[in-house]
Design a protein around this ligand. Structure first.
Ligand SMILES: Cc1cc2nc3c(=O)[nH]c(=O)nc-3n(C[C@H](O)[C@H](O)[C@H](O)COP(=O)(O)O)c2cc1C
Length: 166
């Protein structure tokens, strides 16, 4: 898919079909994520893949978006590996780029996903569920599956984002 078309047609997808996602597609999505830019190329992102029904049920209790997690086929917990970091702001921006790359890859593969941030309110509990120590901090959960909705959203007019031309 043309990259500009992919950027403009990607939408958050919150309803999924009960169809399994092949492993190679998940690998392609992660691969897109790890090719994101990062400061000093430090690649501070790490991932936990949650596919099991039981673990998804447990993860779902830590967010008000539990229905999305339960309905998804796979949840990718995106972690900041703090020992790999060098500057918190820049590391987190790199992880944002990684997440966006994955969302675009999801869309290009005909799947749908949503970036879940509200679950960060319970990030410590998610880390306990994932059996991770303090070297890792949760940045987001990406819920994905084959889309069972179109998704829709809007943007403000482009002009409204330009502060000034100098
Ligand atoms: C940092 C961040 C956190 C988000 N958290 C949630 C969330 O917890 N639940 C949810 O349903 N969507 C969440 N979203 C998705 C946004 O609601 C969505 O991207 C926005 O409404 C624009 O819609 P679009 O992605 O379809 O263009 C989050 C997006 C970002 C970037």
């Amino acid at each position: 898919m043309d990259i500009l078309k992919a950027i403009k047609t990607r939408r958050s997808i919150r309803h999924y079909k009960a169809l399994p996602i092949p492993d190679n597609i998940i690998n392609d999505i992660i691969e897109a994520g790890i090719w994101a830019p990062s400061g000093l190329n430090n690649q501070p992102w790490r991932f936990i893949l949650i596919r099991s029904h039981n673990k998804k049920e447990q993860l779902a209790q830590y967010t008000s978006y539990s229905r999305i997690i339960k309905e998804s086929q796979v949840c990718i917990c995106v972690y900041y590996h703090i020992p790999s970091g060098y500057n918190r702001d820049k590391d987190i921006m790199g992880i944002g780029a990684c997440i966006q790359n994955m969302l675009l890859a999801v869309h290009a593969k005909g799947l749908g996903a949503v970036w879940l941030g509200q679950i960060l309110n319970q990030k410590d509990k998610v880390s306990t569920l994932c059996e991770l120590n303090n070297d890792y901090e949760l940045m987001a959960v990406i819920a994905l599956g084959y889309p069972n909705e179109k998704g829709h959203s809007t943007r403000h007019p482009l002009e409204s984002f330009i502060i000034k031309e100098l």
